[in-house]
Design a protein around this ligand. Structure first.
Ligand code: SIN
Ligand code: FE
Length: 289
């Protein structure tokens, strides 16, 4: 059963932690929960705290490498306010991850961040996009290759509402259930998808299996019901981190969240045998990336 590993961090910046406890917990499939670490929203930023800023997407995105926003209808001053909020959050998240995870220093790459102002409960989506169903993360357009997906979440709900998650069983069990139905892609398909610009970089066999796993988990009603799972309410003003390519998760309720994605090469882990890549390679009996 997945556990939640609490660490009493109160500030985003400060001296690095001297131990490996957070990295070990994450690699074991725990959610690292920082209940006292609040990301502060400024008063003038209240104007963008509405789902009306979304242009049909479930979140607004921010690329810290280019400062570019996506998925929002905001322009002018509103866009500037969102951009500054995201910049501040992305920078804080990068510093925190660097402090908390010394074994990964210099190997973690910062990817996109998002702002999620829509209420999750009752949201109508297709089953594939329905994050209220247990799943592991996998990106269709930006294959992670042999990288882990590490995500930091901050609940920035100003009316005190928690963000409710279901957290499922360990990856090994999930992979064993679904591995027989996951099909290896035909040779050359990754190059075709990249040429057609379906993907930004070639999709490895691992990426193809993880996309199928994401879909198979969400589509399986029995699995959703019988999979071992716990519920966790992340309070407003708290922060948490997880390898979301490994931890089965579902967000069932809550509104206003910030999220920063990081990519970590599998070979930067303390023990890469616990990665989804190595577990699927073992089950499939061949290299996948
Ligand atoms: C997800 O990554 O599935 C959703 C997490 C959230 O928005 O709380
Ligand atoms: Fe997810």
């Amino acid at each position: 059963m997945q556990r939640v590993h609490e660490i009493p961090v109160e500030v985003w910046t400060g001296p690095p932690h001297a131990d490996d406890q957070a990295a070990r917990a994450l690699e074991a499939g725990d959610v690292v929960f920082l209940p006292a670490l609040r990301f502060r929203v400024e008063e003038r930023e209240a104007s963008i705290f509405t789902p009306a800023i979304l242009g049909g997407a479930k979140s607004a995105s921010f690329d810290p490498r280019s400062d570019r926003l996506g998925g929002t209808t905001l322009t002018g001053t509103g866009a500037e306010i969102l951009q500054r909020l995201m910049r501040r959050f992305s920078d804080a998240a990068a510093i925190l991850v660097d402090r908390l995870l010394p074994p990964y220093r210099g190997r973690v790459k910062q990817a996109r961040a998002s702002f999620r102002p829509a209420e999750i409960e009752g949201r109508v989506t297709s089953w594939r996009k329905d994050d209220t169903r247990l799943h592991v993360d996998s990106f269709p357009a930006t294959p992670s290759g042999s990288h882990r997906i590490l995500r930091l979440f901050a609940n920035v709900n100003s009316s005190g509402r928690g963000r409710s998650w279901r957290i499922g069983g360990d990856f090994e069990g999930v992979a064993q259930r679904f591995a027989p139905q996951l099909r290896l892609p035909f040779p050359g398909s990754s190059v075709v998808l990249a040429l057609l610009r379906v993907t930004k970089t070639p999709r490895t066999a691992y990426d193809a299996l993880m996309l199928q796993l994401h879909d198979a988990m969400k589509a399986d009603d029995d699995f959703q019901r019988i999979s071992p799972q716990t519920t966790m309410d992340f309070p407003a003003g708290s922060t948490w981190i997880a390898f979301t390519d490994q931890v089965s998760h579902a967000a069932t309720a809550g509104q206003y969240q910030l999220e920063q994605t990081f990519l970590l090469p599998v070979d930067a882990m303390l023990d890469d045998s616990r990665s989804p890549l190595r577990i699927l390679e073992r089950l499939k009996g061949r290299p996948l990336a």
